[in-house]
Design a protein around this ligand. Structure first.
Ligand code: COA
Ligand code: ZN
Length: 313
């Protein structure tokens, strides 16, 4: 049976949030509208954070209000607190993606409050808005914190349980600075699937140390069918030292397609969009398949072997 894998494209949120040059609102909208035609299950459009903390996404309302929503694609937004939830509700997203870190130090750096305060604030958001909009919770630094080091699996399971008890629809387990390795991922995914069989479980990897696609594979082999990825491999949390890009969506999708999985995504449409990214952000991007082409894009044999081909055929 073909394994169905659902992709959430985060380029205009995680992907852009650390880019130094502001990406114009029009360019963000055009990019999301193009991505909407590619077969994604979900697109994380923007975040309703403080404009001082994440200046790149200060146009959240306008972007969410002006994109053309395609039926079948869910448009989700990141929400860090009640103020963000109130702002987001005005533009009626299909999902709230709440966020907190499993590492105390990273939570203090990113959200400027201890984890327990974040939990109370997010619980308030769930109580206020949970009946109106599906809630996903992204847990950051689940495979290690760049300041604290190891984050035990039991810590992640504990926070996951607290949000599951509040009735959320899904959890995203984030490797915020690319510290996860495949065996750790397999153990985490198996434990989560066993404990939360009814939750939508999504894995969010960064390729900071080149382990991103290995971790995707480990998660797929452990039965995970939802992933976040960023076009071109852009991305990173500005409040996590050493952060760099998410796994590259088109590279991950290409790998899964080659393995015979069904991602629902049309790579022939996606690759030309990925190739526009360097012009949008003004620099080269890490993604590889947009540069190399698909494994099915073959090259003609060099002139010099023509006579050999003839001779040996
Ligand atoms: N949207 C817009 N403005 C917000 C806001 C929101 N969701 N939450 C707070 N603010 C504003 C406040 O009005 C205040 O503005 P002022 O200085 O003009 O009065 C300012 O931000 C500080 O408010 P405060 O409640 O003290 O928040 P804080 O400084 O503790 O910051 C966060 C809390 C969560 C808003 C902020 O740390 C943040 O946005 N972090 C970004 C997290 C993120 O997206 N990281 C990357 C993704 S994981
Ligand atoms: Zn991330």
């Amino acid at each position: 049976m073909t394994q169905r894998i659902h992709f959430n494209e985060v380029v205009t949120r995680d992907g852009f949030q650390m880019e130094p040059e502001f990406v114009a609102t029009e360019a963000k909208i055009a990019l999301i509208d193009a991505l909407s035609q590619c077969g994604y299950a979900k697109i994380e459009v923007t975040s309703f954070t403080s404009a001082k903390a994440i200046p790149m996404l200060r146009d959240a309302e306008e972007v969410m209000g002006r994109i053309q929503r395609v039926p079948g694609v869910e448009y989700t937004v990141l929400v860090p607190n009640l103020r963000g939830a109130e702002r987001a509700m005005e533009v009626k997203p299909d999902e709230f993606n709440l966020v907190m870190s499993t590492s105390q130090t990273h939570n203090l750096a990113n959200l400027r409050m201890p984890r327990e305060h974040s939990f109370v604030a997010l619980r308030e958001v769930i109580e206020r808005f949970g009946a109106q909009v599906p809630i996903n919770v992204s847990l950051s630094a689940c495979f290690g914190c760049p300041m604290e080091g190891e984050v035990p699996q039991s810590e992640v399971m504990g926070w996951a349980q607290r949000f599951a008890d509040l009735g959320v629809r899904g959890l995203t387990i984030c490797d915020t600075t690319g510290m996860a390795q495949p065996r750790q991922v397999a153990a985490m995914c198996e434990a989560l699937r066993q404990k939360f069989p009814d939750l939508q479980l999504t894995l969010h990897f960064h390729n900071t140390r080149g382990m991103g696609l290995s971790n995707v594979l480990a998660a797929v082999q452990s039965g995970i069918d939802r992933f976040d990825g960023s076009l071109g491999g852009l991305g990173g949390c500005p409040y996590a030292p050493g952060a760099s890009g998410n796994i590259c969506s088109e590279d991950a999708i290409h790998m899964l397609d080659a393995m015979g999985c069904d991602t629902g995504i049309d790579l022939q449409r996606l690759l030309p969009i990925a190739r526009q990214l360097p012009a949008i952000v003004g620099r080269e991007v890490p993604g590889q398949v947009a540069k190399s082409g698909l494994i099915t894009d073959l090259h003609p044999a060099p002139e010099s072997v023509a006579h050999l081909i003839k001779e040996f055929s």
